[in-house]
Design a protein around this ligand. Structure first.
Ligand code: ADP
Ligand code: MG
Length: 468
C-alpha cells in the first residue's frame, strides 16, 4: 500500500510554481501572463505569505483582483496562511548578498489530527478599498436614498430591513457604498464578523468546497457571519447549484436576524434566470436604486476629487470652466469621469502646465469622443411621453388622435436626429410602424419647427434634456 502524506506546513517556491499553474486555469491566460506569472513568492512568515511585485500599482491591483483566489489556493496547501501581502522589494532585500530572514517556524499539524480542526472558521474577506468610505462618497439626488439606506445599515443597530438591496448601472457607486458600510461597521464594532465578497467569489468558494468535499466547513463558515455583503449578485443567475446554496445561506442568516446587503446591476425582478424564490426573497427587504448621475452630482464628485488631488499636486493650476465642461461631457459613469480626471492631472503635472479647456480637450480627446452621448430610442420615448404628459403605451400605440400623433412624430424625429438607427428600425420600435410613416413624421416636425415656435422650443428643450 502506498501512503502519501501531504506536508501541510511548508509552502515552498516550488509549490508556488505548481500553484501558479492551478491559478492559470481560473484567471485565464491573459491575466495569468500579465499578473500572476511575474509574482514571486518571497517569504512565508507566520500567517502571512509575501510576494514580490514590480510596482505598488501592480501589487494593489493583484491584491484587489486576485488576492482572494491566491489566498484560497495557498491555504489549500498551508492552512496556517491567513493573509497575502504584495510588496515592492526594498533595494536592500533585492541585494543577493543581504541576509534573508528565515521563515518563522510554524507548528505542523500532527498527521493524526483531523482535518476539520484546522479549518479556519472565518472567511478571508475580500480586501476593502481604502478609498471607498462614506466621507469620500458625494451625495446628490440620484443616490441620496441609497446613501441614506447604507448609512442606516452601517449604524449596526437592530436589523430593520433585510436584505438591503442596492442596484444600479455600472460605475454608479454600489461597490463604494458596500465597502463604506463594511469600513464603518468594522470601525464601530471590531469584533463583528463582516464579510464582503462578490457573487463570483461566493461561487468560487462554493465550487471549491464541493470539489474538496468541504461543504460542511463552507456552510459553517458562512453561517457564522454577522453581516454578509454580496456584490454583483446578478452573476449567479443561471448558475443553479450556486443559487441554491446562496438561497440556503441567505435564509439561514435572515432567520438569525443577521444583516445581509446585496448589490446587482438591475432590480431583483429584472435579473434574468434567477429562481423565483430567490427573487422574492431579495425583494423582502429594502430595495433602493442608484440613478444615473446628473450634472450636479458629477460636478460635485469632480470637485471633491480635485480637493484630493490638490494634496498630491500642490502646484496644480486649474482654469475656470474645466470641471463644468467635464461634468457636461462625460456622462457615462463615475468611473470614467474619475479616470479622465486622473489622467488629466497626471498629464498636466508632467508637462507642468495649467489645466485649460484646450489642454483638457487635447488630453482627453478619445474619452470625450467615446462618451459622446448615445441616446437610445427608449430614452427618447420616455422623455417625450413625460414632456407631453401622455402614457408611453399611447406614444407607441395605435391611437391616431392629434394629442398622441404629434408627440409620436416628435419622438420619431428625435430618434432620427439623435440616434444612428435606421427608419425601418425606428418604425419597428414604434409599435411596428412602416418606415414611410416614420419618414412622414420626421418631415412633419421639420416643417412645423420652421413656423411653430412652440414646436421649435419643444425640440430644443427635449434635446437638451436628452443630452444631459
Ligand atoms: P459600481 O460598483 O456601481 O459599478 P463603484 O462603486 O465601483 O461602482 O464606483 C465606481 C467609481 O466611482 C469608484 O471609484 C467610486 O469611488 C466612484 N464613485 C461612484 N459614485 C461616487 C460618488 N457618489 N462619490 C464619489 N465617488 C463615487
Ligand atoms: Mg461594483
Amino acid at each position: 500500500m502506498k501512503l502519501t502524506i501531504v506536508d501541510q506546513g511548508i509552502m515552498t517556491k516550488n509549490e508556488w510554481g505548481q500553484l501558479k499553474q492551478e491559478l492559470k486555469k481560473t484567471v485565464g491566460s491573459n491575466n495569468f501572463t500579465t499578473w500572476i506569472a511575474p509574482l514571486e513568492l518571497d517569504d512565508v512568515a507566520g500567517e502571512v505569505a509575501s510576494f514580490a511585485v514590480p510596482t505598488s500599482f501592480f501589487g494593489n491591483y493583484v491584491a484587489q483582483t486576485f488576492g482572494d483566489q491566491i489566498l484560497y489556493h495557498l491555504r489549500a496547501i498551508d492552512p496556517s496562511i491567513r493573509r497575502v501581502n504584495f510588496a515592492v522589494p526594498s533595494t536592500a532585500s533585492n541585494d543577493p548578498q543581504a541576509p534573508r530572514r528565515a521563515p518563522a517556524p510554524r507548528p505542523k499539524a500532527a498527521p493524526s489530527e483531523p482535518a476539520e480542526t484546522m479549518a479556519d472558521t472565518r472567511i478571508p474577506t475580500a480586501p476593502l478599498d481604502p478609498r471607498f468610505k462614506f466621507d469620500t462618497f458625494v451625495v446628490g439626488k440620484p443616490n441620496e436614498l441609497a446613501h441614506a439606506a447604507a448609512k442606516r445599515v452601517a449604524e449596526g443597530g437592530p436589523v430593520t430591513f433585510n436584505p438591503l438591496f442596492l442596484y444600479g448601472g455600472v460605475g454608479l457607486g454600489k461597490t463604494h457604498l458596500m465597502h463604506a458600510i463594511a469600513w464603518e461597521l468594522q470601525e464601530q464594532q471590531p469584533g463583528l464578523n463582516v464579510v464582503y465578497l462578490s457573487a463570483e467569489q461566493f461561487m468560487y468558494r462554493f465550487v471549491q468546497a464541493l470539489r474538496e468535499r468541504k461543504m460542511m466547513d463552507f456552510k459553517e463558515m458562512f453561517r457564522s457571519v454577522d453581516v454578509l455583503m454580496v456584490d454583483d449578485v446578478q452573476f449567479i443567475a443561471g448558475k443553479d447549484s450556486t443559487q441554491e446554496e446562496f438561497f440556503h445561506t441567505f435564509n439561514a442568516l435572515v432567520d438569525q436576524r443577521k444583516q445581509i446587503i446585496i448589490s446587482a446591476d438591475c432590480a431583483p425582478g429584472e435579473i434574468e434566470n434567477l429562481e423565483e424564490r430567490i427573487r422574492s426573497r431579495l425583494q423582502c427587504g429594502l430595495v433602493v436604486d442608484l440613478h444615473p448621475t446628473n450634472y450636479e452630482l458629477r460636478l460635485g464628485i469632480l470637485q471633491s476629487k480635485v480637493e484630493y488631488y490638490r494634496g498630491q499636486y500642490p502646484d496644480l493650476m486649474l482654469a475656470d470652466g474645466v470641471l463644468e465642461f467635464l461634468a457636461h461631457r462625460i456622462t457615462k459613469n463615475v468611473r470614467v469621469l474619475e479616470g479622465a480626471l486622473t489622467r488629466l492631472f497626471a498629464f498636466a503635472s508632467l508637462v507642468g502646465q495649467e489645466i485649460t479647456l484646450e489642454l483638457t480637450q487635447d488630453c482627453l480627446a478619445d474619452v470625450l469622443r467615446a462618451s459622446e452621448r448615445q441616446v437610445t430610442i427608449e430614452e427618447i420615448q420616455r422623455q417625450v411621453s413625460e414632456h407631453y404628459n401622455i402614457r408611453l403605451s399611447d406614444l407607441v400605440g395605435p391611437k391616431r388622435l392629434r394629442v398622441y400623433a404629434r408627440p409620436r412624430q416628435m419622438a420619431m424625429f428625435l430618434c432620427k436626429q439623435m440616434t444612428s438607427r435606421s427608419l425601418p428600425e425606428i418604425g419597428r420600435r414604434f409599435g411596428g410602424r412602416d418606415h414611410t410613416t416614420v419618414m412622414h413624421g420626421v418631415r412633419r416636425i421639420e416643417e412645423l419647427s420652421r413656423k411653430d415656435v412652440q414646436i421649435a422650443e419643444d425640440i430644443e428643450l427635449l434635446r437638451r434634456t436628452l443630452e444631459e
